[in-house]
Ligand binder design. Structure first.
Ligand code: SF4
Length: 394
């Protein structure tokens, strides 16, 4: 879609956006037609006004993918396996405990636990899991079970999401990821993943969680499913509206937003895989980060993703509206990242933390370790002076 915006309108939209005014649908669409550097600069100004201008945050945590058995079988998913397919697995509680031990060992404050929709796991299995985690790892914040998994449990038990989530919360669940959002427009979902949870159910389950004061750790947009720019904006507006509703009614909304491009090369949607060059994908990603900051004025925290985009692009994202760098993530991903970088360090977790902090410093901010609620636990004071001097020179 070619979008033409006259210079006067362009500067009015960017000025309003940088100042934190709420943008209309048409104004957000116009952002896709404006020079990328100007959109990024407006998003950066908005970020500096909404969050601590000196620091960018990161966290230490881990991901545990407890099962890859899934009956939803999304066409874009390379992770899932059918029940009896080679490679299908479900972690035992002992295996989960071993991974939790490692998260605690590296100083992790949170765990993200997600898996497939596995009908062999009874609801009581999840309750027992939450109780075990709360009993043995009380210091670790547990984000678990996406709206898709909760929908699966609704179908399995015949019970409503609100009741299931209330029981899970009593057992130890602290929050949930806003995963399975991709593009929250049914037309896009039916085309790319017709068996996937639809928009109405996704918002219904998220609203139930928020009404129970379960923090939704993050929600995002995954681009590249054949969606139009108008449908991306529809997604943003629906999330902005839900954030407004949740904050007003429950005082508890989405903690953060992130965007990343779909990787479809090794999936049944490989024909839909992007033909763009790496630089084009990176440029589009950064523009989406910036537009998200400007469109979602009621989301304080916007995350840059290094695992999908690499640290150099994540640094640019931190200068284009993002204020948080996605954390250390899964132990497997940590190892893969370090090996891919050709490094052989005794402790890959420490090596990754060095990379995370460097990425933040390269963007001109002081790295600040945060907890799952975005409270700063520690900032690298040694960097403060150097960063301030550097920013003055910009
Ligand atoms: S529900 Fe999740 S695990 Fe299952 S196929 Fe879809 S994306 Fe993969």
């Amino acid at each position: 879609m070619n979008i033409h915006v006259n210079p006067q309108t362009s500067s009015r939209i960017l000025g309003r956006a940088a100042a934190g005014h709420r943008l209309s649908r048409d104004e957000i669409i116009a952002l896709y037609g404006l020079p990328a550097d100007e959109v990024a600069q407006a998003a950066h100004e908005a970020r500096l006004r909404q969050t601590d201008p000196e620091t960018a945050t990161y966290s230490i945590g881990g991901n545990i993918d407890y099962t890859n058995v899934c009956t939803v079988a999304c066409r874009f998913c390379a992770f899932y396996r059918a029940r009896h397919q080679e490679g299908a697995y479900t972690l035992s509680f002992d295996e989960i405990a071993r991974q939790m031990d490692e998260i605690v060992r590296v100083g992790g404050s949170d765990v993200l636990m997600q898996g497939g929709v596995n009908p062999d796991l009874a609801f009581s299995w999840y309750l027992d899991l939450m109780r075990m985690l709360k009993r043995d790892y009380p210091q670790v914040h547990v984000d678990a079970l996406s709206p898709e998994e909760i929908l699966g449990l609704e179908k399995l038990t015949g019970r409503a999401a609100y009741d299931l989530l209330a029981e899970l919360k009593d057992a130890g669940l602290d929050g949930m990821p806003g995963a399975a959002s991709e593009i929250l427009v049914d037309e896009v979902r039916r085309n790319a993943a017709p068996t996937r949870i639809m928009t109405g159910d996704w918002f219904r389950i998220v609203d139930a969680a928020q009404s129970l004061h379960l923090q939704i750790a993050w929600v995002g947009m995954v681009t590249g499913f054949g969606e139009t720019l108008g449908q991306r904006v529809e997604h943003l507006l629906a999330l902005r509206e839900q954030q407004e509703r949740a904050l007003q009614r429950y005082g508890s909304g989405f903690a953060a937003y992130k965007v990343w491009p779909a990787r479809l090369e090794h999936t049944r949607l490989k024909n839909m895989a992007s033909q763009q060059s790496g630089d084009e994908i990176a440029a589009e990603y950064v523009r989406n980060v910036a537009i998200s900051r400007l469109a979602l004025d009621n989301f304080v925290n916007h995350r840059a993703v290094w695992r999908t985009m690499g640290f150099a692009v994540a640094t640019t994202a931190l200068r284009s509206g993002a204020n948080d760098l996605c954390g250390t993530g899964s132990i497997n991903a940590i190892n893969a990242t370090i090996v891919a970088a050709g490094k052989h360090l005794p402790d890959p977790n420490q090596a990754l933390l060095i990379e995370v902090r460097r990425c933040i410093e390269d963007a001109g901010f002081v790295p600040a370790l945060r907890d799952p609620y975005y409270n700063v636990l520690a900032r690298d004071e040694r960097k403060t002076e150097a960063m301030a001097a550097r920013n003055d020179g910009n």
